[in-house]
Design a protein around this ligand. Structure first.
Ligand code: PGA
Length: 235
């Protein structure tokens, strides 16, 4: 199965370095057949600048967050309508940094999932064990309320243990496999589960063996180190 390799830049880069990264990764993907879907989640401000690159290459665009509100008077928020025309296919929602630093709740994250789906954007819902069950229940309740059929959704979940993020303390593949099973039991076999937390070129293969892909922060920032990750999927 084609694996998902998701680059989460968080609040890093400027437009020029973002374009340079995309040109390097594009060059690699042009030259080598890689059995992966490469998804880049840059800061919102680079989306328009990267649009052309995403249009003509295999790099697909995601956002790192989405407002839990629809369009309106919400200064500083970016809602699904604001993304129209930018070629955004995926939205990371409920990242632990958003929950921890910006007070996002299970309720708001469930609202974001629904708004993304209604806008034709595929959510990548980040989960960790402390809120795995409560978040799953909240999303199910919102699906019911909004008449969204769970079975028809190809949800993507990112299992991201907080202790593993940016720490070098990557979770064991056994644990990832166990949590992926729990998520698939709750959401049906159609959903995809990726792992995130200190993924690098040395450990990526362990996760690709037990999950549908990886969500990469630190090791995605420089084109060289990201290409090293991709080279594992060279066929
Ligand atoms: P990391 O970040 O790869 O730097 O640990 C992952 C994430 O926060 O999504």
């Amino acid at each position: 199965m084609t694996k998902l390799i998701i680059a989460n830049w968080k609040s890093n880069h400027n437009l020029q370095s973002a374009k340079d990264w995309a040109t390097s990764v594009e060059g690699y993907l042009d030259s080598f057949r890689v059995n992966a879907r490469v998804i880049l989640a840059p800061p919102f401000s680079f989306l328009a600048g990267l649009r052309r690159i995403a249009d003509r290459t295999l790099i697909e665009l995601a956002v790192q967050n989405l407002s839990h509100q629809t369009a309106g008077s919400y200064t500083g928020e970016v809602c699904s309508q604001n993304l129209e025309g930018l070629g955004v296919k995926f939205a990371i929602v409920g990242h632990s940094e958003r929950r921890r630093l910006f007070g996002e709740t299970d309720e708001q994250v469930a609202q974001k999932v629904v708004l993304a789906i209604n806008a034709g954007i595929r959510p990548i819902l980040c989960l960790d064990e402390p809120y795995l069950q409560s978040q799953i229940q909240k999303v199910k309740a919102h699906f019911l309320e909004n008449q969204i059929n769970l079975e028809e959704q190809e949800m993507i979940f990112a299992y991201e243990p907080i202790s593993a993020i940016g720490s070098g303390q990557n979770e064991s593949a056994e644990k990832v496999s166990q949590v992926a099973r729990v998520i698939k039991e709750a959401y049906g076999a159609r959903c995809l589960v990726v792992y995130g937390g200190s993924v690098n070129a040395e450990n990526i293969s362990d996760y690709l063996a037990v999950a549908d892909g990886v969500l990469v922060g630190g090791a995605s920032l420089q084109a060289d180190s990201f290409i090293k990750l991709l080279s594992v999927l060279y066929k």
